[in-house]
Design a protein around this ligand. Structure first.
Ligand SMILES: Cc1ncc(COP(=O)(O)O)c(C=O)c1O
Length: 438
């Protein structure tokens, strides 16, 4: 098959140069490098859907607040490990106004991206009880979280939630939790990569089982309020971003600034721990920490060891952004809604050319249009589709690396695709369908 939108021979040559055993199984960063190389060699622009990075400018309020803080001299001063009081206050206000939960500022911690929040939480939570040493991932999920487990030498188990939505989730979860070795559960909501969103019923099931079995729920809200089917943008007014925190006191929330405020570069996120968990004593912690108190172990043990807190100026940036958001002066959802609008158009282009949405429903409702969507094409595995797409100037990742059992699927990220590229996308998908459709 040589009549491809991107020069067939150059693509073959670049794949060979990278010495990849399989393009479809390559990591996100390897695909990025391969596509960079092909773009340089051919002068053609790809429809780049492989990396989940923000495609919008950083929130200006944050930039201004950070510059001002740097000018006033914060760069020379160590920040408090658990965050500066002004920021802790605004995080506490934010979760009240947008999640409708009460958390003391003490239990609201800035972290070096949600990535560090996760690392710190995995490390601490798996030491609370010597018999509970395994994290349960409700997959599909973000591959780096599993890498963090491997780096830490921690155990994990996983299952794909595709066949266990709604009431079926209870029995499935309980089959793991009743064994007594699960320390914690992790999922993202909205979900990376599938963009499914748990319903209130599912969150209630998760929360109630966490209570029953004394398991910590780690809820990753990296795409906070980005289920655009509902308007979560009004501070202090329903509807609120759904959260398990309404159903259990055993929770840690990770709220990233990377996508909601397009602030990925400054590496700042929020870890919000329920007050009950923050205060709780766990004697087994004394093996690793000076205190058996969860909050103290997290702050003065784990976060101190990892980075001694979060960059001072970035904390000012986030405090500035949150203050404006909390006061109703900055509607961040109006800005990121663009992702959902692009997804709607792009999904249609795929469907019109013979593709299917893989994770397509939240119980009875169609899934939202947002940052990611998942697609398949009859007769191909996800890995094969990724390999073929490279010749058509389209890059994405296979669901294979996300813990999904839907091996026919790939994940498409809309953020870096410009609207001006939609005609190219349409042309390339048409060509693909011409070549492979039956
Ligand atoms: C589900 C999920 N969690 C966490 C992160 C990392 O967030 P941060 O940039 O705040 O470290 C991402 C980023 O893509 C993500 O998709």
């Amino acid at each position: 098959m040589k009549d491809t939108p991107i020069n067939y021979d150059i693509v073959c040559e670049k794949i060979k140069e990278m010495k990849l055993t399989s393009v479809g199984k390559a990591s996100i960063r390897e695909i990025k490098r391969l596509v960079d190389n092909i773009e340089t060699a051919t002068g053609e622009k790809f429809i780049r859907m492989e990396m989940g990075i923000p495609g919008l400018p950083a929130a200006q309020i944050g930039i201004e607040a950070e510059i001002e803080a740097l000018r006033s001299g914060v760069a020379s001063i160590y920040p408090e490990i658990d965050g500066m009081p002004l920021l802790k206050q605004e995080i506490s206000r934010f979760v009240k106004l947008f999640l409708n939960i009460n958390v003391n500022p003490q239990s609201c911690l800035p972290t070096v991206g949600s990535m560090q929040g996760g690392f710190a939480a995995f490390l601490t939570v798996n030491r609370l009880n010597k018999d509970k040493d395994t994290t349960l991932f409700i997959d599909p999920g973000f591959p780096v979280h599993k890498q963090q487990h491997r780096v830490l030498g921690l155990k994990y188990q996983t299952f794909d939630v595709y066949n266990f939505r709604g009431d079926k989730l209870k029995e499935k979860l309980e089959s793991y939790l009743k064994q007594g070795h699960i320390s914690s559960l992790l999922y993202s909501n909205p979900n990376n990569p599938s963009w499914i969103c748990f319903t209130e019923k599912e969150l209630q099931i998760i929360g109630e089982l966490a209570e029953k079995y004394g398991v910590v729920v780690m809820e990753d809200l990296a795409y906070f309020a980005m289920d655009f089917r509902k308007d979560y943008s009004k501070p202090g007014l329903p509807p609120y971003q759904p959260t398990v925190a309404h159903y259990t006191n055993n929770y840690i929330l990770f709220i990233s600034s990377s996508k909601a405020f397009s602030y990925a570069g400054q590496r700042i996120g929020m870890m919000v721990i329920s007050d009950a968990l923050f205060q709780r004593q766990y004697p087994d912690l004394l093996k690793f920490y000076n205190s058996d108190n969860f909050g103290k172990a997290m702050v003065f043990g784990t976060l101190y060891s990892l980075s001694s807190g979060t960059s001072h100026s970035a904390q000012y940036a986030l405090a500035g952004i949150l203050k404006a958001v909390n006061n109703g002066e900055f509607n961040f959802i109006d800005v990121v809604k663009e992702y959902g609008e692009k997804a709607k158009i792009m999904k249609k282009l795929f469907i019109d050319n013979g593709f299917k949405i893989v994770y397509d429903k939240d119980e009875n409702d169609l899934i939202a249009d947002g940052f990611y969507f998942t697609i398949s094409y009859p007769g191909f595995s996800g890995v094969e589709l990724i390999e073929k797409f490279i010749y058509y100037g389209i890059s994405a990742i296979s669901l294979d690396i996300t813990g999904s059992e839907r091996l026919e699927g790939i994940r498409a990220c809309v953020s870096l695709v410009r609207r001006s590229q939609f005609p190219d996308l349409e042309y390339r998908l048409k060509k693909f369908n011409e070549h492979y459709g039956r």
